[in-house]
Design a protein. Structure first.
Length: 119
């Protein structure tokens, strides 16, 4: 297999793992989330060991599309993880009655403000 074909296959696997991670996040399945994290690390290692792609061979449109899709999926998953963390923090603060350590972070990013406890 050529370097492009290897990269294409690895990127397809990464997209599948990112989609599985999204499902795991939606179901709050910690074992699946941790499994996806391990798979992502392994796939990143595979991509890293392939070397710099641009100097070895040009990336085709399919590889560029797969890279873009993986980048977008990873960003969405990151935002979901942050929302879950903000909701957990807000619930813990409500239970303990103590103020949030990172309260100014919620004001700095209004996208996460809805996770704050409602009175």
């Amino acid at each position: 297999m050529t370097g492009t074909a290897d990269m294409r296959e690895t990127l397809r696997q990464m997209i599948a793992v990112l989609q599985a991670e999204r499902q795991a996040l939606a179901g709050l399945d910690l074992d699946a989330i941790m499994g996806c994290a391990a798979d992502k690390i392994a796939l990143c290692g595979t991509l890293d060991s392939s070397g710099p792609f641009e100097s070895d061979f040009p990336l085709g449109e399919e590889c560029r599309g797969l890279l873009d899709a993986a980048r977008r999926l990873n960003e969405v998953n990151r935002q979901v993880r942050n929302l879950i963390a903000a909701n957990v923090a807000a619930r813990l603060d409500a239970l303990t009655g103590s103020p949030a350590l990172y309260r100014s972070g919620l004001a700095a990013n209004p996208a996460y403000a809805y996770a704050a406890p409602h009175s």
